[in-house]
Design a protein around this ligand. Structure first.
Ligand code: PLP
Length: 393
């Protein structure tokens, strides 16, 4: 049976490939340290689990409205007001099966064949594939390391065509950990308004920031920008809830309504029990998040310092998320590897440390190390990489 053309061009996730190999080695009895994970290593806070348990025991286990229960959409409205001084109506919010499906559905309702979406690289692996699944064309713009891997307004202006429909901004960024400043977002926003581009603002790492500078949503910079922006967020990374699969999108009510209609024929609704868990998450204060964030920050400080001392590793200090993203061009030269894929595969083979090659993120000179693992393991992994570099010179 021939598969559809649609899936023939899908590229498998590079993250999953190396994670699969690491698991096979672990199952065979090897002492593998996984730095590939894109998820917090903490358990979901108890108060969230208790809320889900309450839902299960009290009959809150049936279908819900496709866009999510009203209480949760209202809690998200309150969160946006509290965190960003942004005022939405519940009709401007859709709860989805993770932020990933919010993005998927958004591309489905926004794009016609050939519509272009600008994707600044390095980028999260699913953007380009989801755009292609919606018959759109991802336009990848390489962001300069000297600009902390961020898109400039000039770069944006230069790639806009009459087919450009939208721009993706992901701050803090996966894989780089970099954040856009208010001034940078303003400059980018002006170009988007001038050319009437939709802005898709993926803010999934919003709560995990480690500098004095607060996270800024481009939607909060002016009424016009709010009008033009769909904010994507969710509880996966902020509340250690990756497996619960709850995300959301908020913005223009016509777009949200179309997404809700689409969802009614694809997912019906995000898992009911998880919605009640997410409701508890958004009704609580951020105390538990702060505890997780403190651990991430400790790991970042120590891991960053050690990693940057490795021969041939050059890393810009991340400001958010939970990834280190060193440029390893010099390390490749020192060790004689031709590309980061072979380099990462050899590190896994020889030292049993799983890191992700940057090639899948549109960054062929980098590797990604997740510090969503305990500090001892992280530091041991970096020691092993150091030994690998010495043994392969
Ligand atoms: N956006 C980015 C940048 C991510 O890194 C991820 C998860 O890895 C997602 C969206 C999807 O998150 P969710 O688990 O809520 O689908």
């Amino acid at each position: 049976m021939e598969l559809s053309n649609r899936v023939q061009t899908l590229t498998p996730s590079s993250t999953l490939a190396i994670t699969g190999k690491a698991k096979a080695l672990k199952d065979a009895g090897h002492d593998v340290i996984g730095l590939g994970a894109g998820e917090p290593d903490f358990n979901t806070p108890d108060y969230i689990i208790e809320a889900a348990e309450y839902a299960m025991k009290n009959g809150l286990t049936r279908y819900t409205p496709s866009g999510g229960i009203l209480e949760l959409r209202e809690a998200i409205v309150n969160k946006m007001l509290r965190d960003h001084q942004l005022s939405y109506q519940p009709e401007q919010v859709i709860v989805t099966t993770g932020a990933k499906h919010a993005l998927f559905t958004l591309f489905q309702v926004l794009l016609n064949k050939g519509d272009e979406v600008i994707v600044p690289a390095p980028y999260w692996v699913s953007y380009t594939e989801q755009i292609k699944l919606a018959e759109g064309t991802p336009v990848i713009v390489d962001c300069l390391e000297s600009n902390d891997y961020k898109l400039s307004a000039e770069q944006l202006e230069a790639v806009i065509t009459d087919k450009t429909k939208a721009l993706i901004i992901n701050s803090p960024n996966n894989p780089t950990g970099m954040m856009y400043s208010e001034a940078e977002l303003k400059a980018i926003g002006e170009v988007c308004l001038k050319h009437n581009l939709m802005i898709i603002s993926d803010e999934i790492y919003e709560k995990l920031t480690y500098t004095d500078r607060p996270h800024v949503s481009i939607a909060q910079l002016s009424d016009e920008l709010k009008q033009q922006t769909i904010v994507i967020n969710g509880v996966s990374k902020s509340h250690a809830m990756t497996g619960w699969r709850i995300g959301y999108a908020c913005g223009d009510s016509k777009i949200i309504k179309a997404m809700t209609n689409y969802a009614s024929h694809s997912t019906s609704n995000p898992t009911t029990i998880s919605q009640y868990g997410a409701l508890a998450a958004y009704q609580a204060n951020d105390d538990e998040i702060e505890l997780m964030k403190k651990s991430f920050k400790d790991r970042l400080e120590q891991g960053y310092e050690m990693l940057n001392k490795l021969p041939g590793f050059k890393c810009i200090k991340p400001q958010g998320a939970f990834y280190l993203f060193p440029n390893v061009t010099e390390a490749l030269k020192l060790t004689g590897f031709n590309n980061v894929d072979d380099f990462a595969a050899a590190i896994l083979e020889e030292e049993k440390v799983a890191i992700i090659p940057g090639s899948g993120f549109g960054a062929p000179n980098n590797v990604r190390l997740s510090y969503a693992t305990d500090l001892d393991q992280l530091l041991e992994a970096i020691k092993r990489i150091e030994r690998f570099l010495l043994n392969n010179q």
